[in-house]
Design a protein around this ligand. Structure first.
Ligand code: FES
Length: 141
C-alpha cells in the first residue's frame, strides 16, 4: 500500500473513531445531566438526599415534559423543584450555581424560581415537594 493511500484510509478511520467516541461522550454527559428516576405510586420522583452531599442542585429528567426539573437545596433543609421551561418563550433554561438563566434572551431566575431579570415576567413553574430523612419527593402531578 502506498503511503498516500495508507494515510487517506487511516485518516478517515481515525476521524470515524473520534466521531463515535465524541458522540458517546456527549450521550454520557447528557445522561449525567438529567437524572432519570422512577416515579412512585403517588406520582412522585424519589430523590435521595445523598445527591446533595456535594452539590446544591440536581437536574432530573421529567418523565412526561420535554423540560428537565431543577431540584435545589435552598437553605438548610429546604428544597425547591422547578420546571426548566422559560416563562418568556419556552426555551429550556440552564442551571448555574445559585440561579437559572435562559440562553435565548437572557432572563434570569433565582433558585426558588422568582424572576431576577427579564424579558420573562412570570416565575418558573414550581412542583410540590415533601421530604423525609432519606429522600425528597417531587410531585409531578
Ligand atoms: S425564552 Fe427565555 S428569555 Fe426568552
Amino acid at each position: 500500500m502506498k503511503r498516500r493511500v495508507f494515510l487517506q484510509k487511516f485518516g478517515a478511520l481515525s476521524l470515524g473513531v473520534t466521531s463515535v467516541v465524541t458522540s458517546l461522550s456527549a450521550c454520557q454527559v447528557a445522561k449525567k445531566k438529567y437524572r432519570k428516576l422512577a416515579v412512585n405510586a403517588e406520582n412522585e420522583l424519589v430523590v435521595s438526599r445523598s445527591l446533595f452531599e456535594y452539590h446544591n442542585y440536581v437536574l432530573l429528567d421529567h418523565p412526561v415534559e420535554d423540560y428537565p426539573i431543577y431540584l435545589a437545596k435552598i437553605v438548610g433543609n429546604n428544597f425547591e423543584a422547578l420546571l426548566m421551561r422559560c416563562t418568556h418563550q419556552q426555551c429550556t433554561t440552564e442551571a448555574k450555581e445559585g440561579y437559572i438563566v435562559c440562553p435565548c434572551h437572557g432572563a434570569k431566575f433565582e433558585a426558588n424560581g422568582r424572576v431576577l431579570q427579564g424579558p420573562a415576567i412570570l416565575n418558573l413553574q414550581k412542583f410540590s415537594i415533601r421530604t423525609d430523612e432519606n429522600n425528597i419527593y417531587v410531585f409531578i402531578g
